[in-house]
Design a protein around this ligand. Structure first.
Ligand SMILES: C[S@@+](CC[C@H](N)C(=O)[O-])C[C@H]1O[C@@H](n2cnc3c(N)ncnc32)[C@H](O)[C@@H]1O
Length: 285
């Protein structure tokens, strides 16, 4: 049974702004709801149009890290408003594209916004990424673009991704990955900011280090195939998103975004793209 009442406060705010016709909010977050990637961060111009283009670049980078071109069945977990599925639909043909999300309001927008083209098939499914309603070996690629920190358990998500992936399948994610030193400070900071994060961004677990990812991969039969630190390429996100949050009157979320900016600028946490491959076992007789 899917808990459809899992709603993240920042999505409540975005949906309210979309309802009011806030063009800046729609341009920035109507397709993708994640940070941007700039090849040259110094060339970022601070506009929402530039941010939206950078968000598309980040999505493409994660998809490419997952080797989507070589797969025909692609699952996007935590699919938001369907931006990653829309991007795949624009770029590729004859793929089966499935978006999964726990919030049916987001899925309703995704179904409205994204129509299949290029011979692709598209489905949007209401489900928890840690309890997927799919048969074993159903997909060639599983994606989770900037959402794994919301899931109830990374361990459970990796197990599910492994189960639904076929032999040789790939999992690609992006996440805010702390350095071990940050964990010490974050335990102290939690006392002050945990409730501020919960009441703005919702459930958010950012304590998973790269070494934890390596161990998790090993115990769930994945091997790490690609790890890329794109922190510097994402930094122009913060001034744009904070300005939008101020303009929306959402000062509480803006304060939490400012704290995240500080942590990333200090290098205590890094923004990583990670991709994993299902380990193949050979049987010798
Ligand atoms: C930051 S948004 C990213 C959305 C989308 N991946 C994108 O890049 O545009 C996080 C997404 O994770 C979804 N989410 C949170 N918990 C989830 C869960 N347990 N299962 C599936 N989706 C979940 C949220 O509803 C939201 O769409």
């Amino acid at each position: 049974m899917v808990k459809t009442n899992v709603q993240l406060p920042y999505f409540d705010g975005l949906l309210a702004e979309f309802g009011k016709g806030n063009e800046q909010a729609i341009t920035a977050f109507g397709r993708h709801v994640h940070w941007g990637y700039w090849d040259n961060p110094n060339a970022a111009d601070g506009t929402v149009a530039d941010f939206a283009a950078a968000a598309e670049s980040l999505c493409r980078r994660v998809c490419d890290a997952g080797g989507v071109d070589a797969g025909s069945r692609i699952l996007d977990c935590g699919c938001g408003f369907g931006g990653t599925i829309a991007s795949l639909n624009d770029r590729f043909s004859h793929k089966q594209l499935v978006g999964l999300n726990i919030d049916d309001r987001q899925l309703a927008r995704a179904r409205e916004q994204v129509q299949p083209s290029n011979g692709n098939q598209i489905y949007f499914i209401l489900a928890d990424a840690c309890e997927m309603p799919f048969e074993d070996n159903s997909f060639d690629v599983v994606l989770a673009v900037e959402c794994i920190f919301h899931f109830p358990s990374r361990e459970r998500f990796f197990q599910e991704a492994r189960r639904v992936l076929a032999s040789g399948g790939r999992l690609a994610i992006c996440d805010f990955v702390p350095l071990p030193v940050h964990l010490f400070f974050s335990r102290l900071a939690d006392i002050f900011i945990k409730s501020a994060v919960a009441s703005t961004y919702g459930p958010f677990n950012s304590n998973f280090t790269l070494s934890k990812y390596r161990s998790l991969a090993a115990t769930t039969q994945f091997s790490l195939r690609h790890s890329e630190d794109i922190t510097a390429n994402t930094l122009p996100t913060y001034p744009v998103v904070r300005r939008l949050q101020r303009q929306m009157g959402d000062m509480a979320t803006e304060r939490v975004t400012a704290m995240a900016e500080l942590i990333n600028r200090l290098g205590l946490s890094r923004y990583l793209i990670l991709s994993f491959e299902v380990v193949r076992y050979f049987c010798f007789r």
